[in-house]
Design a protein around this ligand. Structure first.
Ligand code: FRU
Length: 474
């Protein structure tokens, strides 16, 4: 069936048309034109545009032999689909071109990815492009033919390449022979020949058996290591299936050594995994991630697509914690709907919006906001603040198709006020809390007419603003 689609442009166009007509389609989040998407890959600014690649199976809305899909954008809001960049067509990547990263060197885009061979062995491979559109695989592939003895050769993937004080480094996710997740580091002078150094971080038994998709970011003398552990121990109430998180530490460019503090989760909602970062020309760090997990339901498969990416987030480091903020470009796409000040939450009339941004500054008292509400009030996604526990809860149990449970986040101290910045996009919500140290992300699948926003509770809203998000024409 999938093979048939591959050779049938009319069938591919039928899939695309079905995805275009889907009520769950996003207006301003990146999604595949058709077929399957998981991790973002190779995020980079090159030749005047942001390039964002992704794990992609073009021929069906399910995971299959991985390709690298490719989109470009000038503003991180409007994405233009380009031809598939990498296809699994060599013995070393016959079972998939897995996740990886990009770097620009000598005016050429170097894309590093994991070749997944038919026997499941994983090696690190390189593809190059001068124009950022057409890629050719390096003749010397794989550039790293296997991990050190200490690592399972079938669990060695997701290269992230960076430059530090004139040398190149590659970190990769790995499962140690002790069945614990770890990140290992290599170094190179030319991006083609790589020498193994050592492991830079590893977990204990509570931190899972494999660490995927590492990234290393530099904020002056601090180095932030992001990983996506598989098989992490769950905590009741606050668990979620996507455990992507980070350590703050220091990287020594002479030895390639790394020391770090505790692990922090990056998102407290349901659907956030496999983070991918880049620093752009202005020096800001941008974050993308799969707005899903392996456990997320995908009812959009009925319209021939599955998976999407978060709205890119700007990241800052404050007091050894990352903070996350919707990219500033979003402001260009906002049309004001309403602003009110000094009102009791429960006294507000219902508002409407499915692809919108809602900002609220509330006093520290209980309130609930119901999003994506149906006209009969039976379907909704509830966001509730509990002042006595300082918790914010996201309840998806009545959110529509493929409804799920509740996730909560405990804010560390009694806040003076509760600030929420909420981005909705037809089948997603991203809730930025306070100064951005906490974010909750989820996919929801409400009925196509469920667009009301309702307010419950006695908390005073010091201010509330609602905007529609409308993507400016090209
Ligand atoms: C993370 C991941 C990566 C791998 C890719 C395969 O979601 O498992 O480790 O490279 O997906 O699609």
């Amino acid at each position: 069936m999938d093979q048939m689609h591959r050779d049938d442009p009319a069938e591919m166009e039928r899939m695309r048309a079905s995805a275009r007509a889907c009520a769950h389609r996003h207006a301003y989040h990146m999604m595949p034109p058709q077929g399957w998407m998981n991790d973002p890959n190779g995020f980079i600014f090159f030749r005047g545009r942001y390039h964002l690649f992704y794990q992609h199976y073009p021929y069906a809305p399910k995971w299959g032999p991985m390709h690298w899909g490719h989109s470009v954008s000038g503003d991180l809001l409007r994405w233009e689909d380009l031809p598939v960049a990498l296809t699994p067509d060599r013995p070393y990547d016959a079972n998939g071109c897995f996740s990886g990263s990009s770097i620009v060197h000598q005016d050429t885009l170097y894309v590093f990815y994991t070749g997944n061979a038919a026997d499941g062995r994983q090696t690190q491979c390189l593809a190059l492009s001068r124009d950022g559109v057409h890629f050719h695989k390096h003749e010397g592939n794989p550039v790293i033919a296997g991990p050190p003895e200490t690592v399972n050769p079938q669990q060695f993937r997701d290269p992230y390449v960076f430059r530090r004080e004139g040398r190149f480094y590659m970190i990769a996710g790995a499962e140690g022979r002790d069945h614990r997740g770890q990140v290992i580091v290599y170094t190179s002078d030319d991006l083609l020949h790589w020498d193994y150094l050592h492991s830079i971080a590893d977990g204990d038994d509570s931190m899972g058996y494999m660490w995927e998709c590492p990234n290393l970011l530099f904020f002056q003398d601090r180095a932030v290591l992001i990983v996506s552990p598989q098989g992490m121990a769950k905590q009741p109430l606050f668990d979620s299936s996507g455990d992507t998180g980070y350590f703050v530490g220091r990287f020594d460019p002479v030895t390639g050594g790394y020391t770090h503090g505790p692990f922090h989760k990056m998102d407290y909602g349901f659907d956030f995994y496999a983070a991918q970062t880049t620093a752009d020309a202005s020096g800001r760090y941008l974050l993308s991630a799969w707005m899903s997990t392996w456990a997320t339901p995908v009812p959009t498969d009925a319209c021939q697509w599955a998976g999407s990416l978060i709205l890119p987030r700007e990241m800052r480091l404050k007091d050894d914690r990352l903070t996350f903020h919707p990219v500033r470009e979003l402001a260009q796409a906002l049309t004001p709907v309403t602003t009110v000040s000094g009102v009791i939450c429960g006294g507000l009339s219902p508002m409407h919006g499915r692809s919108c941004r809602l900002q609220i500054i509330a006093e520290d008292a209980d309130f609930t906001i119901r999003l994506f509400c149906s006209a009969d009030g039976q379907e909704y996604t509830a966001l509730s603040y509990c002042a006595s526990a300082h918790t914010l809860s996201l309840d998806l149990s009545r959110s529509g198709e493929a409804a799920r449970g509740t996730q909560s986040v405990a804010l560390p101290e009694a806040p003076d006020s509760v600030t929420l910045d909420i981005c909705l996009d037809n089948s997603s919500l991203e809730v930025f809390i306070g100064d951005g140290a906490y974010v909750m992300t989820a996919r929801v699948f409400p009925g196509p007419a469920s667009d009301a926003i309702r307010f419950i509770g006695s908390a005073l809203f010091r201010r509330l603003s609602l905007w529609k998000v409308r993507i400016p024409d090209a």
